[in-house]
Design a protein around this ligand. Sequence first.
Ligand code: SF4
Ligand code: SF4
Length: 110
Amino acid sequence: MTYVVTENCIKCKYMDCVEVCPVDCFYVGENFLVIHPDECIDCGVCEPECPAEAIVPDSDDRAAEWAELNRTYAGSWPNITRKGDTPADADEWKDKPDKKALFSPEPGKP
Ligand code: SF4
Ligand code: SF4
């Protein structure tokens, strides 16, 4: 099992998750973060830290459509180990539904 970042993370990027991960397995895109499924040790520490409730175990129904995306981009985006600057409009986007179309495949800056 592993943990998966899902839709709620899009355009949020609070990055509280990266601060607590003991194995630094988060990777950063332009407006999303992913977890590397082969590096995640399934400790679960990041799940309650995410203010957007975007992180779920892969056994959760919400993980199904995001698991492959996490794996794909964890292989090409840069690793992130420190919380960066939260975008000014993050709160505005936090609880918005149906953000999937806004997902950017571009790499972000760690
Ligand atoms: S804390 Fe949650 S919303 Fe923020 S970057 Fe991490 S997974 Fe995404
Ligand atoms: S479950 Fe643990 S190891 Fe996996 S991403 Fe979260 S904090 Fe990192």
